[in-house]
Design a protein around this ligand. Sequence first.
Ligand code: F3S
Length: 385
Amino acid sequence: MYLTPEEEKLFNGERGATYQKAIEILTALGDIYGADRLIPIKSAQIAGVSYKTIGDAGLEWISDLKGKVAVPSILNPAGMDRECWREMGISEEFARKQEEIIRAYEALGVRTECSCTPYYIFDNLAGYGDHVAWSESSAISYANSVIGARTNREGGPGALAAALIGKTANYGFHLDENRKPVVLIEVEAKLHDSDYGALGYIVGEMVGDRVPLFKLKSKPSKDELKSLGAAMAASGAVALYHVTGVTPEAGKYETPAEKITIEERQIRDVYTTGEPDLIAFGCPHSSVSELERLAQLFNGKKVKKEVWVCTSRALKNKHPELIRRIEKSGAKVFCDTCMVVSPASERFACMMVNSGKAHKYVPNLCGGVRSIMATTEACVEAAVR
Ligand code: F3S
């Protein structure tokens, strides 16, 4: 892999051990995946924030790094709401460690908004054709597919290394040839809202890490595309998809020869029933329009069960009246975290979600909590019943 004279200096440790370690990570990835060089990135989104997932070893690794990120960089959700962690049932010990992790990132110049939807917070992180290094799977999918930016599925250390150097290795989804669809998904049903998460839940398992092109009978909103991509990234490893007539790169490519047809019955089969003791919305973090919809659905009602709505702190702070309308029902709006990455959900037996991604992850990552997938309306009904 070619390195510029300036990159060689970093590689030889002339700017210290942190930058040397960072460029070693990038060149090692580049060598494995056949990159020719490093390319500049516009932003980084760094996973590996929750103390639940990285533990003391992760905290130690980040704390040992000395330097500053070279591009705007933002964190993935942490293991707790940084203000309301007691209300979530988080222990003092966990909260202390979690704050240490966030402060260690902050010392490196990383912004401490903890969200998997950074594109709702900052306009300038990624635009069409921009190279970025993002590492939360739903954010990666959104950046590649909906925005038309270019990122690989970076691991937490890879994204942090890219943030420190301001570059990433030129391979995978940074290259035109890897962005073309290889399988056509024809959906014979009109979809709405959480149906897109259900569709992603099915299709991710079928296509693995390949690039699908969807032909749909309905036109998805950006929130619905977010749900579709998040679910496919969880049940499979889809980092990029196209939707004919909707996503920005779909028209650039020929229709793939391989075709999978999805029938309405398959979508319906993803939905399940049961008695939840926690109902959680906001995977990925809720947008303003999703919060508005919840405020309308909960209007004049009182929840009878524990209800969480996850969003970013930036949106919560910007829309206090909207948050107040949701909280009036007794639902709790949590920021900086989510129902999957926080250990707080592990004290419940059964979680109802309207997200294909959460439905996939909850049973595996939340200490045995069962999951029920339902429409947004059914989740609200279950909450107030
Ligand atoms: Fe975001 Fe947590 Fe879902 S990080 S995509 S809300 S699992």
